[in-house]
Design a protein around this ligand. Sequence first.
Ligand code: MSP
Length: 518
Amino acid sequence: MAPMGRDVFYITTPIYYPNDVPHVGHAYDAVAADVIARHHRLRGEEVFHLTGTDEHGLKLQRAAEAAGMDPQRWVDEMEPRWREVWARLDIGYDDYIRTTEPRHQDVVVKVLDQVHENGRDDIYLDSYEGLYCVSCELYYVEGDLLEGQVCPIHERPVELMKEQNYFFRLSAYADRLLEHYERTPSAVEPDIRRNEVLSLIRGGLRDFSISRTNFDWGIPLPWDPDHVTYVWFDALTNYLTAAGFGADEKTFARRWPASIHMIGKDILRQHAIYWPAMLMAAGIEPPAQVWAHGFLTVGGKKMSKTNATGIHPFELIDRFGVDSYRWYFLREIQFGQDGSFSLESMVDRHNAELSNGIGNLASRVLAMLRSYFDGVLPEPTFPGAESDLPEVIATAVRRYDEEMLAVRPTAALAAVYDVVVRANRYMVERSPWTLAKDPARRDELGSILYASAETLRSLAILLSSIMPSAAGRMWEQLGIEETLEAQRLDHAAAWGRMSPGARTTKGESLFPRVDTAE
Ligand code: MSP
């Protein structure tokens, strides 16, 4: 079961660094979180889905300097380039936060003050010299680096930095963190990430600096404005800001703790160690769950701009369409593990599962309805014509729901696809095109097409979380009076909701084939 926050299913993506435009790796968690959010909406829950941009810090300041702009202008120009990608990917977020917004700065100051004044001396001044990766915005200890003092994630040299900083007493929270994860193991998923977090905590936690003085692109500390807030302290706090912390306590109480922080495994330590400890220090409940997925890889390495493997999502959307894009990444790569992306596998899946599998099923059924019944949905009068389809669908809906709730989208998609396979087999078994030649079997023909249309109806509902645009077109072609948005998961499991007499249309193909040679 997915853990619930309060009254609202509150799911977040990381907030992205707008030092550059997005690549397909960034869109991976954005799509996954959107699919999960839409699923919870389909179950009738109130959902709050948050995304945004992480606009402060040294990395941003340097990107702006390199472009000869001041950082504010830089982020103002870059941020829309992220939103335009989310719009084309059908990401239906409820709120978009930018850490440069005044609403956020106020909350960072409030949280800093709360920790600073908690009476336990959790924030103290000290000087520090260490090896810093600007891409991670993280200090490293020598032993965690690759040869030649290179960051293991970005494979770039770290920099020696020496500063007088304010520190957060993370080391004081080890026991409470262990207790938290022992009491609520589902607070970090999957297992492999929980084990990683537990061993990091058991290995000993070092205090981390929460302020910087060697640059100024950040939120000044309320008690010492010569320091700006460390970008991770600033960024993590976005989850509170958007929930209404400090501004609208009633809303905050309904949204917090967050149900799921969806993240990539590279930012696990910050989310599963720093963040809950910061919240404990501020007297706020930790999030219900941190879910850390794996990397999209190219040639065995994390897809990234740094190693020039970062493809812009538009390159794939232009060729495959948004629905195929959303389907491919969740279906091809076991969610939680690393997985390699290749154009060949995307072409194969598109043609096999979407064009031939789902698209062909829909177009065959709608074409037969048009040819044999003028597009008007017939009455199902022939007993047993639906075969085992109602049970198959009811079972698939149950499985789909369980898998989505457990944040196993790959398994959830498999459950839907089983229905497609079964329905295509049903077509072959019943061979309506043969029955159509025999006027005496018209009742049977009509009932088979009714059952096929019913199957498409359920599929459209299930697919509405994964591929909202294609599901919407499918729904329209079925000529159902109610809107797709008004449907709930139980409607997908129920049999016989379509009204005979409805006008179906054989529209354009849902997933035109993609040419391999292209
Ligand atoms: N700004 C921080 C997050 C702050 S959240 C309070 C950050 N930003 S990021 O833009 O570098 O990364 C955002 C997300 O993209 C991370 O979850 C990261 O794992 C994900 N991805 C970036 N490249 C990726 C792949 N190649 N594969 C899958 N996801 C990866 O970190």
